[in-house]
Design a protein around this ligand. Structure first.
Ligand SMILES: [Zn+2]
Length: 221
């Protein structure tokens, strides 16, 4: 059942623009402007609300496939920023990819963040190309497929941060982190609209959680 779902998920990824939770670009050429930007010296500034005493919900993540050490560091950054934003009410945890079952009655099944490469032509006809997409599995857990060979000069950390929004059940927004089209500067942190959607789903007040006050690009100025 798992492998059948995996196959259908991979087939889905061949159809650009068809998946609701995809993360799309209109060109594989990359974003030269982003590549030329100076390294960030300041991170996004998050609000600092009082954290939850105990995590009510843990979302386990497993990192699989041929991510480079640099890619893994970017994934960890995305996870850490989400955990700041979630403020202890929900918490992402990274679990070892041991292959052993971690299933038990109290823990939900993990989400797998998987590097996909060479499973489809690099250039797919059509108006948009998926960089990544996220598919829940029945019950709990799911798959996040990241097309690492399409990322180019884009920021894999932003791509994963966007997809983690889908993992939490947030759909696409008009702009900011959850916009369907990749943007080189507007998707660098967990913004208020995104965390408000998380709060609504979990019946939390938005100011129990944290969000970045401005995006990284403007905060650095
Ligand atoms: Zn998306």
């Amino acid at each position: 059942m798992y492998s059948k779902l995996l196959v259908s998920s991979l087939l889905l990824s061949l159809l650009p623009g068809c998946m609701e939770s995809g993360y799309l670009v209109t060109s594989l050429a990359g974003n030269p402007a982003a590549a030329n930007r100076p390294a960030q010296v300041t991170g996004p500034r998050y609000t600092n609300h009082r954290p939850a005493a105990t995590a009510e919900e843990t979302v386990p993540l497993r990192i699989k496939g041929s991510f480079t050490p640099g890619d893994r560091a970017k994934i960890l950054r995305a996870v850490n920023e989400w955990n700041v934003a979630l403020n202890g009410f929900v918490r992402f945890t990274i679990i070892e990819d041991s292959g052993a079952s971690v299933a038990n009655a109290r823990q939900s099944r993990p989400w797998s963040i998987m590097a996909a490469e060479g499973i489809s032509p690099r250039v797919v006809p059509g108006p948009t190309i998926a960089l990544a997409h996220t598919q829940p599995l029945p019950g709990s857990g799911g798959l996040m497929i990241v097309h690492v060979d399409r990322i180019g000069t884009r920021d894999l950390g932003s791509v994963v941060m966007h997809e983690l929004g889908h993992v939490l059940g947030v759909g696409h927004g008009e702009k900011g982190l959850m916009a369907a089209l990749y943007h080189p500067t507007d998707q660098q942190c967990v913004d208020k609209a995104t965390i408000a959607a998380v709060a609504a789903k979990r019946r939390l007040a938005v100011d129990q959680l944290n969000w970045c006050e401005t995006n990284v690009a403007s905060a650095a100025r």
